[in-house]
Design a protein around this ligand. Structure first.
Ligand code: CP
Length: 302
């Protein structure tokens, strides 16, 4: 296993499978807790907003019996006085045994890992990667379908700036899947990702409209992320590109629907109670998966 989790591309398939197995094993502690990480401290450094990632890491560490320190409002820390990210990380590694960082700049988590001697986990660096989301996505897919191989999976929405879909596409290239990319032309999957898929011989096709999605097992929907657009007009043109609601869901048959959340308007609340909806369960899977990752990186999962 790697020392840090920065990019899903740093992980071998065996590392991923091991993490998923460990997560399954953690399910038994996910409610009643354990003392495995007693005496250990997690730092959560969130330079961008988060509900699921930050809270589920905090919850996971608490359930492992460890403690959590950190911030989620950069106005409250000394970067306001001009302190660099490197110096902030150097401080936090002295105050804790493991660091989780989310930052708007691509490469920031890699920098933090280079500076820190304690393990660093990337909780999202700009539009680049969100590897722990991917691991919980894979865990959710495996739990639902008993397999990842053989599935046809559509990734839909903001494929250009969406770090969750970038990480997920890389990870799925390790499996025997077919991919369908559904996005407005302006928000297509980046060339770097599609080139990687070609190298790995992972079949993919690109479509623009919901109506053009072929029969798939799973639709992984994402939000059009206003905060990533340099051009507000581009956001206005694309923000309502997709909406899964009572009327459009018939186009997807019995496909399961996942979403990293938060959602805005791309999935109507009326879908939540349908058998298609898997996104709240998916978010819940963040607990055993993050318990697994924390325990493995801290070396306490024995
Ligand atoms: N899925 C996800 O990263 O959600 P948050 O932004 O709320 O952490």
């Amino acid at each position: 296993m790697v020392q840090d989790i920065i990019s899903i591309r740093d992980l071998e398939k065996a590392d991923i499978e091991n993490a998923l197995l460990t997560a399954a094993d953690m399910e038994r502690f996910a409610e009643k807790g354990t003392t495995m990480a007693q005496g250990k401290i997690l730092s959560t450094l969130f330079f961008e907003p988060s509900t699921r990632t930050m809270m589920s890491f905090q919850s996971a560490m608490n359930r492992l019996g460890g403690k959590v320190i950190g911030f989620s409002d950069i106005k409250s820390i000394s970067v306001q006085k001009g302190e660099t990210l490197s110096d902030t990380v150097r401080m936090m590694e002295q105050y804790s045994d493991i660091i989780v960082i989310r930052h708007p700049l691509e490469g920031s988590a890699r920098l933090a890992a280079e500076v820190a001697d304690v393990p660093v986990i990337n909780a999202g660096d700009g539009a680049n990667q969100h590897p722990t989301q991917t691991l919980l996505d894979l865990y959710t897919i495996k739990k639902e379908f008993d397999t990842i191989d053989g599935l046809t999976i559509a990734l839909m929405g903001d494929l250009k700036y969406g770090r969750t879909v970038h990480s997920l596409a890389y990870a799925l290239s390790l499996y025997d899947v077919e991919l369908v990319f559904v996005s407005p032309r302006e928000l297509r999957m980046p060339h770097e990702v599609t080139e990687h898929l070609k190298e790995k011989k992972t079949p993919y096709r690109e479509v623009v409209n919901l109506e053009d999605i072929p029969k798939v097992d799973l639709v992984y929907a994402t939000r059009i992320q206003k905060e990533r657009f340099a051009d507000p007009n581009e956001y206005e043109r694309t923000k309502d590109a997709y909406r899964i609601d009572k009327s459009s869901i018939r186009l997807l048959g019995d496909a399961r629907i996942m979403h990293p959340l938060p959602r805005v308007s791309e999935i109507a609340p009326e879908i939540d109670k349908t058998p298609n909806a898997l996104y709240f369960e998916q978010a819940g899977n963040g607990i055993p998966v993050r318990m697994a990752l924390l325990s493995m990186l801290m070396g306490v999962n024995r």
